[in-house]
Design a protein around this ligand. Sequence first.
Ligand code: MRU
Length: 345
Amino acid sequence: MGLPQTVGFDEQTNELLIIDQTLLPVRLEILRISEVNALCDAIKKLKVRGAPAIGVAAAIGLYAVAYRFEEVSEDGFFYALEKYAERINSTRPTAKNLSWALERMLNCAKACKGQGIEGILSAMKAEAVAVRDEDIKTCKLIGEYGETLLSDGDTVMTVCNAGALAAVEYGTALSPIYTAKEKGKEIKVYSLETRPLLQGARLTSFELTENGIDTTLICDNMAATVLKSGKIKGIFTGADRVTARGDAANKIGTLMLAILAKYYGVPFYVCVPYSTVDFSLQSGDEIVIEERDGDEIKSAWYKETLVSPKVKVYNPAFDVTPAELITAFITEKGVKKPSELGFKL
Ligand code: MRU
């Protein structure tokens, strides 16, 4: 891969490292984080984003913050740890990987109660490394399984960024494309620009072209025209949270693509690690959908606000695709229909 890891861990200084994605593709800058306000700000403002990347950043970040606690008693340490984990968890509600990773770090710390703060920190450090390493392995496996669905010369479509910039390396939805390339298959990609924050235009197009993939950028409202042309072999997306029945929350616009895919007979694949699956929920209606500031639509990319100050704005960051519109999930355990996955339909 042509870029540094999206989320890294400086094990010497005990700091979280992230690529600041708000600066891409103009500048590639690495941020060092060891303080809770900076960590929350980075997740909230999408300096680090994408469900798996947020999870890994939270795991390493919580450890980096805890390493700097001035608490001398274990009770004080745990009080602060839980408070900070709660704060980090509240930054973005939709991605399951965030609470999954924080819970994993808290459970690891609790299992070491009574061993002293040094012992707890050393276990947490090993756990943070494991979360990062498992993400790399999982994404690679998603690529291996997903690649079997692709033939040399295929053209696929994707939305948002579920690539290397959304995980530590490779990503989920783009991993099959990178793996196919490694195996000598040339895959072309149509990337939706993904209003309002342009993850497709700024991030997916950038990382794909940096990795030598033939990429065509389209506005979101051009998807139907491209699908109607018959050139798209499959749509590959990621997800932020998948329910037990297989409903999948992903970047706003994904549902529109799934409906179009059904109409034009194009397979619709959702690429996820199991850490994205929330078995406590059945229906996608139960998923909390993050709503973001209206300025992201009204003014973020313009020199001046384009719309009347009197106008109201609705800015949901995600939508939910029902299991019935999903051809298959591509996971680290294989390519399976929702009903074969333990997602009960
Ligand atoms: O708001 P974002 O940029 O964090 O949204 C990201 C997505 O919707 C991704 O598709 C999802 O997190 C899966 S990433 C492998």
